[in-house]
Design a protein around this ligand. Structure first.
Ligand code: PLP
Length: 397
């Protein structure tokens, strides 16, 4: 058998792989605390489930228009207006099988051989592979804790070339939990307009913010930048709907049309039943969200405080999403018995064995100095897991 160059050029999602490994160990009876999860540990609200059940009962079980039913597009347009001060028409919106699918459609619609796509690191694991899958070149711009993991105008300028096609922004960010404020976004928008490249703005964690941080969409900063931005969002994180597979994108008509054509030849419409559930998610009561956010917030505070008390660990306080991203590089070079820890991969493997705690090595996100711990798990679990991690790390000498 000979697989395609394309298939050979990519790797499976390391975060999903880590999650699978932790789940397998758990299933085998091991008492694993799983900090690897990338989804809310809350159940989808009942009103949303009921809307899906009703859709099935009503026989709403057939193909729909490829880019989503009108009713859902209207609800999405209203969401963009109310939350982001953005105005779109129906042909500027597409509903896909998850935000990841929207992002993939964008990559197929925009990227080709030789195109360069700037990706600030630490990045969400999927971005570089989606660029590579479409024969373009990921240009990684390494950001630093000192700048709260944000790409600065200087760093962006350094990475620009005549071949720059787009910049992928993720705010609030997975894995760092940090977010761009309006001023940061203005500086980036100015460069995008001046050098004429697209912004792909992944805002999936928009609703999960803390400490009064207020999310802004770069597309809302003016017509010039709106013309160059495709905003991606979805319901997986905000409404605990990861399994339903509903994401969406909004942007220039020509790009959305191309994405819809691609979708029409690959997946067709997202599940009709999930689309009806999504209408309810967007239009029904939203009180579920602040309750979930309040719970995440208290876990966030607890986790960050605990991490910073562990010798050799330093963790910047996230303002969004549900991840802590501590710097653990001062553990590197240390030993447990005969074994030396030299990387985030070594440390993650050590913590899985020694502390029975599963987490994701920073290397997966393009920065080996860090590890990612999700707090989308109960406070009780977080406490247990951090006790064990603390114990295991103090054994390194
Ligand atoms: C979870 C996640 C997504 C994808 O969500 P879907 O389930 O595909 O809607 C996209 N971007 C980031 C940064 C994520 O963490």
């Amino acid at each position: 058998m000979k697989l395609s160059e394309r298939a050979l050029s990519i790797k499976p999602s390391p975060t999903l792989a880590m999650d699978a490994k932790a789940k397998a160990l758990k299933a085998a009876g091991e008492d694993i605390v799983n900090f690897g999860v990338g989804e809310p540990d809350f159940d989808t609200p009942d009103n949303i489930k009921e809307a899906a059940i009703k859709a099935i009962r009503d026989g709403f079980t057939k193909y729909t228009p490829v880019g989503g039913i009108d009713e859902l597009k209207t609800a999405i347009i209203e969401k963009f207006r109310a939350d982001n001060n953005l105005t779109y028409e129906k042909d500027e919106v597409i509903v896909s099988c998850g935000a990841k699918h929207s992002l993939y459609n964008i990559a197929e619609a925009l990227f080709g051989p030789g195109d360069e796509v700037i990706i600030p690191s630490p990045y969400w694991v999927t971005y570089p592979d989606q660029v590579i899958l479409n024969d373009a070149v990921p240009v990684v711009a390494s950001t630093d804790e000192k700048n709260s993991f944000k790409i600065t105008p200087d760093l962006l300028r350094e990475k620009l070339s005549a071949r720059t096609k787009a910049l992928i922004l993720n705010t609030p960010s997975n894995p760092t939990g940090l977010a761009y404020d309006r001023k940061n976004l203005e500086a980036i928008a100015e460069l995008a307009v001046k050098h004429d490249f697209y912004i792909i703005s992944d805002e999936i964690y928009e609703k999960l913010t803390y400490d009064g941080f207020s999310h802004a969409s770069i597309a809302a900063l003016g017509d010039d930048i709106k013309k160059r931005t495709i905003v991606v969002n979805g319901l997986s994180k905000s409404h605990a709907m990861t399994g339903w597979r509903i994401g969406f994108a909004a942007g220039p008509r020509e790009i959305i049309q191309a994405m819809t054509n691609i979708q029409s030849q690959s997946t067709s419409n997202p599940a009709s039943i999930s689309q009806k559930a999504a209408v309810e998610a967007l239009k029904g009561p939203q009180d579920f969200i602040p309750k979930m956010v309040a719970e995440f917030d208290s876990r966030r505070k607890y986790m960050v405080e605990r991490l910073n008390k562990i010798k050799g660990v330093s963790c910047i306080t996230p303002v969004g999403a549900f991840y802590a991203f501590p710097n653990v590089s001062s553990c590197y070079g240390k030993k447990f018995q005969d074994r030396t820890i030299n990387s985030s991969l070594d440390l993650s493997a050590y913590l899985l064995e020694q502390a029975k705690a599963a987490l994701v090595p920073g290397m997966a996100f393009g920065d080996d100095r860090f590890i990612r711990l999700s707090y989308a798990t109960s406070t009780e679990n977080i406490k247990k897991g951090l006790d064990r991690i603390e114990e295991a790390l103090t054994q390194l000498i």
